[in-house]
Design a protein around this ligand. Structure first.
Ligand code: AMP
Ligand code: MG
Length: 415
């Protein structure tokens, strides 16, 4: 296959897949763990295996409101009449004996009395003073939840590396465990570079813009459960960048910068990384986000993201996110990829893998369609804000006409 722009990547340029593979092989889990209360454990990564210290449910209990009885008393034909001798409520068990011909009023979750083995729903009996009348059609053992049905004592329940979700937190609580060991939060230092960047509240002189990347990064990082250290805006000055790198390397497990990674005269980030650390790669055949410096700065992993706001988001989602997942010791979850019908024409030249901003819709017949958000420049941050997915176009692909089926990656919790 000799597709234009495909077999002729310039030296030092990696495909998205190659870049990801490099990140996967090089980046490591951070050392250190801490114990946290389970309320604080959501979205943290387990640093220990959790084994059930008890059965859940701990006791045999009723799945229904009804009557607990002996299966031998169930009628095979005709009707049976049983005496109700007591009650078993959730939290207040019935303590006595249940003899043949007797039954106990029981509520959902209440302990099933020892002598009984079957529960009949209250809707399926006819009360008659202190007795109930039963018809045939019931099964021995029905409506009973056995101890350990959910989790068995001694069984491994959640393993180290698990990214804890809401269900997991509840599960741990149901085992009576109050605290868990989780992987320490990676410390991420980040800053913007650029002489043109002003802080919100400052006056913009001719040529100035507000620094938005630091806010976007702060928001993206907030979703990743890391400790953040914001180093502000650093001017395009080699010494200032050196000083910022030095500070960042001292505290960070990861350093993220934006801007200054291309080949312009004021682009000192790559140079400084070369000088003070180690460059892994810095050109990726993707759009947006071609120049990207990945490497090491002291003990920290370094990501020099491009300056353009859309490129910052795309490279964060594609590369920084998985790197952070590895550092947290959890499985790198490839983003969900779907197929959708293109509802508008797309322009593209072959050569780079394109992540256009799209709006994914479900039509009334249940199929998925996608349109682009319009202008696709990497400076057009509103395209990210309007979008709910990336439209992924392979490197070799040119423009795609409407009606074609293409790959989309929904943002879903990523931005
Ligand atoms: P650079 O990679 O430094 O050449 O920047 C590329 C483009 O992104 C330029 O138009 C910059 O003005 C813009 N840019 C760089 N950093 C930021 C930032 N922190 N916020 C908004 N735009 C930025
Ligand atoms: Mg710049």
């Amino acid at each position: 296959m000799n597709l234009p722009g495909c077999d002729d990547l310039p030296p030092g340029t990696l495909t998205v897949e190659e870049a990801l593979e490099r990140i996967r092989t090089e980046v490591d889990k951070v050392q250190g763990e801490e114990r946290v209360a389970i309320r604080d454990a959501l979205d943290r990564v387990l640093a220990e295996d959790i084994t059930a210290p008890m059965d859940v449910p701990p006791h045999r209990n009723s799945a229904m409101d009804g009557y607990a009885l002996r299966a031998d008393d169930l009628p095979e034909s005709g009707e049976a009449s049983l005496t109700v001798i007591g009650k078993s409520f959730a939290g207040t068990p019935f303590e006595g004996r249940v003899d043949p011909g007797q039954c106990v009023r029981i509520m959902t979750g209440a302990v099933v009395p020892d002598d009984t083995d079957t529960v009949v729903m209250q809707e399926q009996v006819r009360p008659d003073h202190d007795r109930i009348i039963l018809s045939p059609g019931h099964q021995r053992g029905q409506n009973i939840r056995n101890p350990g049905e959910d989790m068995k004592r001694g069984e491994p329940i959640l393993l180290q590396g698990r990214l804890l979700n809401a269900a997991d937190i509840g599960l741990i609580a149901s085992l009576g465990i109050a605290e868990v060991s989780v992987v320490r939060r990676p410390r991420v230092v980040f800053f913007s570079t650029g002489d043109e960047l002003r802080g919100i509240g400052e006056i913009l002189e001719q040529g100035d813009i507000y620094d938005s990347n630091r806010y976007t990064l702060h928001a993206l990082l907030s979703r990743m459960n890391v400790e953040m250290i914001d180093q502000g805006v650093i001017p395009d000055d080699h010494n200032a960048i050196r000083a910022a790198f030095k500070n960042a390397a001292e505290v960070g497990d990861m350093v993220i910068t934006s801007g200054g990674v291309s080949v312009g005269e004021a682009d000192f980030v790559k140079q400084t990384l070369d000088e003070m650390g180690e460059i892994g790669f810095w050109k990726i055949a993707m759009k947006p986000g071609k120049p990207l410096a990945f490497g090491q700065l002291g003990k920290a992993w370094f990501f020099g993201l491009p300056g353009n706001p859309v490129s910052v988001m795309a490279t964060f989602m594609l590369f920084v996110r998985p790197a952070l997942q590895i550092m947290q010791g959890t499985r790198v979850a490839a983003p969900l990829s779907l197929r959708a019908t293109l509802a508008s024409d797309i322009r593209k030249t072959p050569g780079r893998k394109d992540y256009q901003r799209g709006i994914l819709n479900k039509t009334t017949d249940g199929s998925l369609t996608v349109t682009t958000t319009g202008l696709q420049g990497s400076h057009v941050l509103s395209s990210m804000s309007k979008a709910n997915c990336f439209i992924v176009l392979p490197r070799e692909s040119g423009g795609v006409p409407r009606g074609e089926t293409i790959e989309v990656i929904p943002f879903m919790g990523m931005i």
